[in-house]
Design a protein around this ligand. Sequence first.
Ligand code: FES
Length: 115
Amino acid sequence: EHDMSETSELVALCATDDIEQGGIRRGTLPDGHAVAIYNVDGEYFVTDDICSHGEASLSEDGMLEGHQVECSWHFGRFDVRTGEACAMPCEKALRTWPVRIEDGRVFVDAGEGNA
Ligand code: FES
């Protein structure tokens, strides 16, 4: 287990109830970076909001199918668990952030986003 005490910067993004199952919501990190928050069968994941292919907002223009989000602009896809691009024309991964659920709220560790 990763020790979150040293570098963690837990940020509350929304309430778990704010996102229906299969839904996506936009959130903002303290530095202003936009993220997309996904509810996959009651499990929450957070990635960059902006598609790595163009300027689409995945929270607005994305559709969840299982653990993949499809960008409606050109039908590229990402795995929301890892950020990995899984359908062309998307090739570059999205960043992801570790999620924690506490007191019915969705938190991310803003200090721990992968690059
Ligand atoms: Fe998302 Fe092109 S902008 S697939």
